[in-house]
Design a protein around this ligand. Structure first.
Ligand code: HGY
Ligand code: MN
Ligand code: MN
Length: 591
C-alpha cells in the first residue's frame, strides 16, 4: 500500500510541491487539502482533493477548468502544454492528428468555447487509464457539446479529478490491480452479445441466447481456473454458482452475487460488477490460501432484467423457491417458449425446485452494484450504502382502436390508438413527477406494423412504476389505470393490460447495512446512505434472507441501461477492497 507518511509530515509548502502538477496550474487545491491531513490512505487523499474543489468558490472552480489546454488545439500545436498534459495528449495521439481529425477537433473547440466559455476537459487516459481512442475522444466531445452549461462545468471538474487521480497513481507508483482485473473481466464478458446487437457494437445478453450461455461458461471458467472456487456449476435455470468453503465446509455461508443478463444495448457493469467483485475477493483468498469461518457462495444470476421473457428476477426467484412454472409457457418475440429455450440450453427443468435455498444454511445476502443514478457521481463520492430498494410494479398493455386511411378519415371520426397511448404517457409523466419518492415510466411505445398513411388501430405500451413504499407505488398505479380507462372511454377505444411484475420495497437489514457502513468507514471514506431507484436481485433474496447493498458510482452522471454506463479501474479497485474489508470484518465477528 502507498506510504503517505512523507506527505503527512511535510510543511504545507512541501506538501504543495510534492503534489505539483496533479491539478493543472492550480496549487491552491493541494494547499487547501493539506489542512485535511492526515490521510488514512490514497482513497482518502483523492477524496480530500476532490472535495476541496467541490467546496471552493465557483470562480475558483471555473479558473481550474480554464487552466486546462484545449484538446489538440493551439496549445498542443504551440507546444505550451505542461509535461503531464503533453504526455496525456501524446499518448492519446492528439499531437498526431490527421488534418481531418485536427479540423474536427478545432471545430468542436470553437463551438464548445463559444457555448461554454471554458475549454473542453476530458481525461483522455480514460476509465481504465490506458488511453481513449481519438475516435472516442471526438465522439465524447461532440456529445458533451449538448450538455447544459452547469452540467458540463461539473463534468469537466469530474474529468479533472480523474486526470488528477491518474497522475497521483503515477507519481506514487500505485496500480489498482484488483480494479484492473474486474474492469478487464467486464470488458471480456461484454464481447458476448446477442445477434442483431453484436453487429452494431451493442451489448445485449438476453436469457439463454448463445451469448448468454457463453457468458455463463466464461464466468464458470474464471471461477474454476482463475479464482480457486471449491465448487462451480451452472444450475437448472442458468445461474452460475461458485462456492468457496469456509475452514469448516459445513459452516454457514455468506450469499452474494448479481445478474449477468443485460437490457438491450445496455452497459457492461450493471449486474456484472456484483458477480466479479466477490470473485476477485475469492481469488485473493485462494491466492493467499486463506479460509474464512464461513463459506462464500457467489451467484451469477441468469435473468434479472426480464427482456426476452416477462420473468423478472428469474434467477433469484429459483433460489427463493418462487420460480413460476407458468413462465415456461411464455413465448419470446420469435415464438420460442422458455421451456424450449431451456431444453435447447441443456437445462434440466425438473431440477428447478431443487434450487430453493434453505435460509438456515446462510448468514445473509449482500450485493454490490453500480448506482445507476447521478447521486454519487455528482458528490464526487465513490461509494454509497443502500438503505432500501424501491418497490416496483410493471405492466404491458395494448390500446385497441381502428386503423383507417390517414387521408380520408376526418380528425373527429378517428379511433387513434397511438394518440390515446400518448395522452396516457403524458399523464404517467405528470403523475410520476408528483412525488420525489416516486417514478413512473412508459419505456415501450409501439404501433405494431404501423404505416405512415394509416391511423394507428393498435398501440402497445409498457408501464414501470416505482416508489420507496408499496403504498405510494400502488396509489400511483391505481391512478394510472384509472386514467387509462378514462382516456379509452372518452375516445371510444378498448385496452388490454397485464401485470408482469410486482416487487415489494426491500429495506436493508440494519445489521447488514451497518456491516457495509463499517467497511466503508474502514476505508477512510464517509458513509453516505441512499435508496435504490433500480431493482436488484437483493430485493428478491430479501424474501428469504436479510440483505444489504453497496453502490459504486457510475461515470457520465451515473447513466445506466445505456452503453455510456462506465466505471473507473480505481473505483472498481476500491469496491473490491471494501468488499474485502466487509469479508474480513465479518470473519472477525464470527471468529
Ligand atoms: O429495472 C431495474 O431496475 C433493474 O435494472 N432490472
Ligand atoms: Mn438493469
Ligand atoms: Mn442490475
Amino acid at each position: 500500500m502507498i506510504n503517505l507518511n512523507p506527505l503527512h509530515s511535510a510543511s504545507q509548502a512541501d506538501f504543495v510541491q510534492s503534489l505539483d502538477g496533479i491539478y493543472e496550474h492550480s496549487p491552491w487545491i493541494a494547499a487547501q487539502a493539506w489542512a485535511r491531513r492526515p490521510f488514512a490512505n490514497l482513497d482518502q487523499l483523492k477524496l480530500a482533493l476532490a472535495w476541496t474543489v467541490r467546496d471552493a468558490e465557483p470562480a475558483l472552480q471555473l479558473a481550474l477548468v480554464r487552466a486546462h489546454p484545449e484538446l489538440a488545439g493551439k496549445a498542443a500545436g504551440g507546444q505550451t502544454l505542461t509535461a503531464e498534459s503533453a504526455n496525456e495528449q501524446g499518448k492519446a495521439g492528439l499531437t498526431a492528428c490527421t488534418p481531418e481529425e485536427l479540423a474536427r477537433i478545432q471545430q468542436l473547440n470553437a463551438g464548445y468555447t463559444a457555448k461554454f466559455g471554458f475549454p473542453f476537459v476530458l481525461a483522455v487516459r480514460g476509465p481504465r487509464g490506458l488511453g481513449l481512442a481519438k475516435s472516442e475522444i471526438i465522439k465524447t466531445f461532440a456529445r458533451r457539446l449538448d450538455n447544459p452549461p452547469d452540467v458540463e462545468l461539473a463534468e469537466c471538474l469530474r474529468n479533472i479529478h480523474r486526470i488528477a487521480e491518474i497522475r497521483l497513481n503515477d507519481k506514487l507508483g500505485h496500480t489498482p490491480a484488483l480494479g484492473n482485473r474486474v474492469w478487464d473481466w467486464c470488458e471480456q464478458l461484454s464481447t458476448h452479445s446477442d445477434p442483431g446487437h453484436a453487429e452494431r457494437g451493442e451489448l445485449t445478453v438476453t436469457y439463454l441466447t448463445d451469448a448468454h450461455r457463453a457468458c455463463a461458461r466464461q464466468l464458470a471458467g474464471w471461477m474454476r481456473q482463475d479464482c480457486g472456487f471449491d465448487e462451480v456449476c451452472i444450475d437448472a435455470v442458468g445461474n452460475v454458482v461458485g462456492i468457496y468453503h469456509g475452514s469448516d465446509p459445513q459452516a454457514k455461508r455468506l450469499l452474494t452475487g448479481s445478474h449477468y443478463d443485460t437490457v438491450r444495448n445496455g452497459g457492461k457493469y450493471d449486474g456484472r460488477l456484483g458477480i466479479l467483485a466477490p470473485m476477485a475477493c475469492v481469488r485473493e483468498l485462494h491466492h493467499h490460501k486463506r479460509r474464512l469461518p464461513y463459506g462464500l457462495e457467489v451467484i451469477g444470476f441468469a435473468e434479472e432484467e426480464g427482456q426476452r421473457y416477462k420473468a423478472v428476477f428469474l434467477g433469484s426467484s429459483a433460489l427463493t423457491g418462487h420460480f413460476n412454472p407458468a413462465w415456461l409457457d411464455q413465448k419470446d418475440a420469435d415464438g420460442t417458449t422458455m421451456r424450449d429455450a431451456m431444453t435447447h440450453a441443456g437445462l434440466c427443468i425438473d431440477d428447478i425446485p431443487k434450487l430453493k435455498r434453505d435460509p438456515a444454511r446462510y448468514l445473509g445476502f449482500v450485493e454490490v452494484h453500480i448506482e445507476q443514478g447521478p447521486v454519487l457521481d455528482e458528490m464526487d463520492l465513490p461509494l454509497g450504502i443502500v438503505t432500501s430498494i424501491n418497490g416496483s410494479v410493471r405492466y404491458v398493455g395494448e390500446i385497441i382502436g381502428m386503423a383507417s386511411h390517414a387521408g380520408t378519415t376526418p380528425m373527429k371520426r378517428r379511433r387513434d390508438a397511438a394518440t390515446a397511448a400518448s395522452e396516457l404517457a403524458l399523464y404517467v409523466e405528470k403523475r410520476g413527477g408528483s412525488l420525489d419518492t416516486l417514478v413512473a415510466t412508459v419505456g415501450m411505445l409501439e404501433v405494431p406494423s404501423g404505416s405512415i398513411n394509416v391511423v394507428p388501430g393498435n398501440c402497445k405500451f409498457s408501464l414501470d412504476i416505482r416508489a420507496t413504499t408499496d403504498e405510494v407505488r400502488d396509489a400511483c398505479a391505481a391512478d394510472i389505470l384509472a386514467a387509462l380507462q378514462r382516456i379509452c372511454r372518452q375516445r371510444g377505444l378498448h385496452y388490454k393490460l397485464e401485470e408482469t411484475m410486482r416487487a415489494s420495497a426491500a429495506p436493508s437489514a440494519p445489521d447488514w447495512q451497518q456491516r457495509w457502513e463499517r467497511a466503508v468507514e474502514a476505508q477512510g471514506l464517509p458513509v453516505f446512505r441512499l435508496p435504490s431507484g433500480a431493482g436488484h436481485d437483493a430485493m428478491k433474496m430479501h424474501e428469504i434472507l436479510p440483505q444489504a447493498m453497496l453502490f459504486l458510482r457510475g461515470l457520465n452522471g451515473g447513466i445506466s441501461h445505456n452503453p455510456l454506463e462506465s466505471i473507473t479501474n480505481d473505483d472498481a479497485d476500491l469496491c473490491v477492497r471494501t468488499f474485502q474489508r466487509f469479508i474480513d470484518q465479518l470473519a472477525t465477528e464470527l471468529s
